[in-house]
Design a protein around this ligand. Structure first.
Ligand SMILES: [Mg+2]
Length: 358
């Protein structure tokens, strides 16, 4: 019998800040862009549970968070510290299973099938993991347990904060069928609205939908969502050492079409990305520039070059991609530089690329 666990750190960046300054545990703490007295741009990356009481959420504009609680602690991101804590946590988790897949800076699946006999064993095992993450890394996490990655992921959302939720073999469908369809893994807001329009507002209703109808509306994704709605997910936990891309983005203080300012940002971002690649010991082949315009529409342009680790090659190509593709007369809200097609990966533990943007 398969037993998959998802270990997901709670309010990770803010929890890391609480280690540095324990007094933050008693204060609403927000990690993200500089609020600049409510005029700042960019978003909340993470906040602690006290901040959530005031309605602050990750992903919300930092200016909105500021309006909700102007005297909260607003902190900038300290990437290198979070990477260090992430590496600590991941090496603790890795000790509990031969099969671990890190999916973001603060989340990992393990396949614990070989480590436990039954569901009470699974519960005990998860408690041990949680305790050692808490004691060794000083950080809270939640754990979802189920027969598949899908169910482990959804159980983990239920477990938050600081909890463990186990869904037994055979109980998958009962666990998810009453949920609103938007809570099903992979269903975004658009799909959710479309499904609701077709009469499928709960996972249970979607599970009984006609596959052909879903295929007509969503293509092969329709087949996948139907499987998920029925609690079926056979995908394996895959040990991943490989960093797939490295990227950095910047939101401008105000929307701009000032070529000098934009080129300067591109060069700075290229420098940061090249430094990250050097730290990881990788060269890159594909360079992509992302332009987000003031109306939030987004254009990406990429180009492959001979594998390189040169900051000059990266910066030059990124500048060229911008110049050749930017739409004249439109202002940019945000610019991003990303490299992929990485090779010569040296250090297996550094997965800092997951810390991509903002
Ligand atoms: Mg998390």
């Amino acid at each position: 019998m398969r037993t998959i666990m998802l270990i997901d750190m709670d309010y990770f960046f803010a929890a890391c800040e609480e280690i540095k300054r324990p007094e933050l545990k008693k204060r609403p703490t927000v990690v993200g862009a500089d609020p600049k007295m409510g005029r700042g741009r960019g978003v909340v990356m993470t906040c602690n549970y006290i901040a959530r009481k005031y309605g602050i959420r990750s992903g919300m504009p930092i200016s909105a968070a500021y309006r909700l609680k102007p005297d909260a602690e607003f902190l900038p991101l300290d990437y290198s510290y979070y990477e260090k804590k992430s590496a600590e946590v991941m090496s603790i988790i890795r000790g509990y299973s031969a099969k671990m897949e890190q999916v973001s800076i603060d989340e990992a699946f393990i396949d614990a099938s070989g480590n436990i006999a039954d569901s009470s064993g699974a519960m005990e095992y998860a408690k041990k993991i949680k305790k050692s993450v808490r004691e060794k890394a000083g950080l809270p996490c939640s754990i979802g347990i189920g027969p598949s990655r899908l169910i482990a992921k959804m159980a983990c959302e239920d477990a938050k904060p600081d909890g463990i939720r186990l869904v037994d073999h055979g109980d998958e469908k009962a666990f998810i069928s009453g949920m609103p369809v938007g809570r099903l893994y992979g269903i975004g807001r658009k799909s959710e609205e479309r499904l609701a329009g077709m009469g499928y507002d709960t996972v249970g209703k979607l599970a009984n939908a006609n596959i052909m109808e879903l295929m007509d509306a969503f293509g092969s994704f329709g087949v996948e969502m139907h499987k998920y709605a029925n609690g079926i997910d056979e995908s394996e936990v895959v040990e991943n050492y490989e960093v797939k891309s490295i990227g950095r983005e910047r939101t401008f203080e105000s929307d701009t079409d000032d070529r000098e300012e934009i080129l300067r940002a591109i060069l700075e971002l290229s420098g940061e990305v090249a430094a990250e690649a050097a730290k990881l010991g990788v060269s890159f082949k594909t360079i992509t520039v992302k332009m987000r315009y003031s109306d939030f529409s987004e254009h990406m342009k990429g180009l492959s070059i001979r594998p390189s680790s040169s900051e000059a090659a990266l910066g030059g190509t990124a500048k060229m991609l911008y110049t050749a593709n930017v739409e004249k007369g439109r202002k940019l809200r945000k610019i991003g530089v990303r490299v992929s097609g990485l090779s010569d990966y040296k250090s297996q533990k550094r997965l800092s690329a997951y810390l991509s943007s903002e």
